[in-house]
Design a protein around this ligand. Structure first.
Ligand code: FAD
Length: 391
């Protein structure tokens, strides 16, 4: 029987939300343990596009929604952390781009008029031309308009690696988690047979949170999954591009991020409308054909004849909402010692952490004394999302 442990906050799930929270709490002096049954970051986090949104995308509908307001401060907070001057020291994390772009390929003036109707957007967005354009769009045949958004794009594997470093000795690989009850009250978890008592338990296990809640007999908070069918294309002719390409609607037609591969080429990761409902209904070959058609229309000067293609199906896990509407903020629900939620966006991990910290402060939870941790088996780190998908 492994020895019992005690900690202040026991976190289940080491995606960016759990790892960020863990690092924040440790910096505040709390003892923590973070358990994960897979690879750190290997859920949605590493498969995300790594964009630290400031909410401007949501203003495409013409009005700044709640989403735009809640998320507006995230680029500043992340930027400070990346400079080593923020709430966490993320210096050394690879910044793929210090801007994300909004790209209107043709004559979508109507769409942009409503977008720029918002004063808050006007102050955060500037048009770029000529050699300020993203490298992939610097071509005589390029027509259209490009706006620079004050948003960042991060290399998520390097972010995960840094957050794991900040976790020190608090990480524990696990296979089986069961509730640990005293008089019917949750006081911790039994992890692979080892009792771990904690003042608070946080479920930040992404798509795994619903199952964890069910193992405690809880149906709430309810979770929804939003399936996506992303496309990956790698070619020696690709240059970096980080952009939402506008279509006629309120959602980007495609969202492109670019990732350097080990052999020195760039890989484009395509999301946006292409990856949503119609894309989810397509099989892999049809989805690749749809992506080829989009790129042939949008960037016809890029020769993709020797490109390698793949698709990736992945669900976003979020709190349940009516009509699969996009949630506005990080979400946290509480029941006794248990806190459970979803950041809803990687960019909103600081907001998720704020909510947990506020709950601890409100309940007067403070760092207590705990015996030193023994050497624990650590969960592995995840690699790039395309590993195993391309030859
Ligand atoms: P996850 O990253 O899913 O991590 C959950 C962790 O919990 C995993 O490590 C898993 O192994 C572990 N786990 C699960 N079940 C258990 C269990 N029972 N016991 C122990 N451990 C368990 N957001 C942005 O801000 N910008 C973007 O550009 C962006 N792009 C996206 C693109 C795609 C295709 C997708 C799918 C999402 C995107 N998102 C983006 C959203 C973002 O990825 C997620 O909101 C965020 O990564 C969620 O982080 P998380 O830590 O909550 O969950």
């Amino acid at each position: 029987m492994p020895e019992s442990l005690s900690t202040d906050v026991l976190i289940v799930g080491g995606g960016v939300a759990g790892l960020w929270l863990n690092a924040r709490l440790r910096r505040l002096g709390f003892a923590t343990l973070l358990v994960d049954k897979g690879a750190l970051g290997g859920g949605q986090s590493v498969k995300s596009q790594g964009i630290i949104h400031g909410g401007t995308k949501y203003a495409l509908s013409g009005a700044l929604t709640g989403a735009s307001e809640a998320i507006a401060d995230m680029p500043r907070r992340w930027r400070e952390a990346l400079e080593g001057k923020g709430e966490l020291d993320l210096s050394g994390v690879r910044l793929l781009s210090d801007a994300h772009y909004l790209w209107s390929p043709g004559t979508l003036a109507g769409n942009l008029t409503s977008f720029f109707a918002s004063k808050a957007v006007r102050s955060r967005v500037g048009q770029v031309k000529g050699d300020e354009l993203p490298p992939a769009l610097q071509h005589p045949r390029f027509k259209g308009k490009v706006y620079r958004l004050s948003e960042l794009v991060l290399d998520v594997p390097s972010l995960i690696a840094r957050l794991a470093e900040l976790a020190g000795d608090s990480l524990l690989a696990c296979e089986q988690i069961e509730p640990l009850l005293d008089d019917n009250e949750l006081v911790g978890l039994r992890v692979d047979g080892r009792e771990i008592r904690a003042q608070r338990i946080v479920f930040s296990a992404g798509g795994g949170t619903a199952e964890l809640l069910a193992s405690l007999g809880l149906q709430q908070p309810a979770m929804q999954r939003r399936p996506l069918h992303m496309v990956i294309v790698k070619a020696p002719t690709l240059k970096p591009l980080y952009a939402h390409c506008l279509g006629g609607g309120t959602k980007p037609r495609i969202t492109v991020t670019s990732h350097p591969t080990a052999d020195g080429e760039w890989l484009w990761y395509l999301g946006g409308d292409l990856a949503e409902a119609d894309g989810v209904a397509r099989d892999e070959a049809t989805q690749i054909a749809a992506a080829k058609k989009e790129l042939a229309e949008l960037v016809p000067w890029i020769d993709l004849s020797s490109a390698q293609w793949a698709t990736l199906r992945i669900d976003r896990a979020e709190p349940a909402q009516s009509a699969l509407a996009r949630p506005d903020n990080a979400f946290l629900a509480e029941q006794g010692r248990l806190l459970a939620g979803w950041p809803t966006k990687l960019a909103l991990s600081p907001d998720f952490s704020d909510r947990v910290e506020a709950a601890l402060a409100r309940d007067g939870i403070r760092p207590a004394n705990h015996p030193a941790l023994p050497q624990l088996p650590r969960p592995p780190l995840t690699g790039p999302f395309w590993e195993g998908l391309l030859p």
